[in-house]
Design a protein around this ligand. Structure first.
Ligand SMILES: Cc1cc2nc3c(=O)[nH]c(=O)nc-3n(C[C@H](O)[C@H](O)[C@H](O)COP(=O)(O)O)c2cc1C
Length: 321
């Protein structure tokens, strides 16, 4: 289970990916996850409206580096032709195209995109047909179980995705109405896996190496995507890979925590610049320090810091001290 997996012509060196997260899986976070062991990462979702109107902000979200490859570019929109046009525009920016059919937030579903598409499998079919014609890149969709509980469309959407030429499908087995409440229903992931021939990627409630192994065993899914569990814990990837390979996972040492937090800050400085780096690191340091003694005081101190050198000092004191 630790071995490679193919999505279309793209071979990934292992089956543990970093999931797309808007506002979080930017370039520094993706590099950190990759150095932790993730074999594939995704951009934050990018609006096809923005891309087709040549919005600089939308193209900025596709910013990547050679060490951040292979990368999946996640698009959101609801118009088949616009999604196809966006797929053509981004073709040179990454290795895989994914369409977001799972986002539950009002701003997105209000436009007919994200999980609103789970209400209309016929439209999903038109979108996939159109995008499939537009790009030769490996192409996937990421879905939820349906719009509301009791009105599941994931099996129908899954079959359509396979028939129309998707190379893989990711399921986060919650309905749109559930948002992030309750538990992800992994039995539905198992059902989708047995219904399809294309690879099925599992998402939902992966917070430890043990969760990753259990999801793969219980559902038979071909790969997994870690989302919230990777925040402040990029060691989850190496721990999961160790456990999948029959080895005992090794938790991070204090020195590793400090080294990775420092590296994360350096990456933010390199790619985003000073002020953004400081602001972004506040969020990540809250995650890196979660559960450690003195975390609350550390967070409060970090939130007052205005200079890079001071932040590094606070990190050294907290993780090393
Ligand atoms: C803050 C946040 C932002 C997210 N943004 C996206 C997104 O842009 N595209 C997407 O397909 N899923 C997005 N997701 C969903 C995750 O990719 C994942 O499917 C979900 O969080 C379940 O996995 P988890 O339990 O491991 O967190 C987001 C989740 C969170 C918590």
């Amino acid at each position: 289970m630790q071995n490679s997996v193919a999505i279309g012509y793209l071979t990934l060196r292992n089956r543990v990916f970093l999931a797309p997260m808007a506002g979080i899986t930017n370039l520094p976070m993706r590099i950190i996850a990759r150095e932790g062991g993730a074999s594939l990462t995704f951009t934050e979702m990018v609006s096809v409206n923005g891309l087709t109107r040549e919005g600089r902000k939308s193209f900025d979200l596709l910013k990547t580096t050679p060490q951040d490859r292979p990368i999946g570019m996640q698009l959101f929109g609801d118009e088949p032709e616009m999604l196809a046009e966006a797929a053509r525009l981004v073709e040179g920016y990454g290795e895989l195209i994914d369409i977001n059919m799972g986002c539950p937030v009002k701003k997105v579903v209000g436009t007919g995109a994200g999980s609103a598409l789970m209400k209309d499998p016929a439209k999903v079919g038109r979108i996939i047909r159109c995008v499939r014609k537009a790009t030769a890149l490996p192409f996937t969709v990421k879905i939820r179980t349906g719009w509301v509980c009791g009105d599941d469309t994931y099996l129908e959407v899954g079959r359509i995705a396979q028939e129309e030429g998707c190379d893989a499908i990711t399921l986060h087995p919650r309905s749109r109405a559930q948002m992030f409440e309750g538990k992800a229903n992994w039995a539905k992931l198992a059902e989708l896996k047995s219904a399809l021939k294309i690879p099925v990627i599992g998402s939902g409630d992966l917070f430890s190496a043990d969760d990753v192994v259990r999801m793969m065993r219980e559902t038979g899914c071909d790969a997994v995507m870690v989302a919230r569990g990777a925040m402040g814990n990029p060691w989850l990837f190496r721990e999961a890979l160790a456990l999948l390979g029959g080895e005992v996972p090794v938790p991070p040492t204090v020195a590793e925590r400090l080294a990775v937090a420092r590296r994360h800050f350096e990456l933010f400085n390199e790619f985003e610049g000073g002020r953004v780096a400081l602001m972004e690191m506040r969020k990540h340091l809250a995650w890196y320090s979660k559960g450690l003694p003195g975390a609350a005081q550390f967070r409060a101190a970090v939130n007052r810091i205005e200079h890079a050198a001071e932040l590094v000092g606070a990190m050294e004191e907290f993780f090393d001290g």
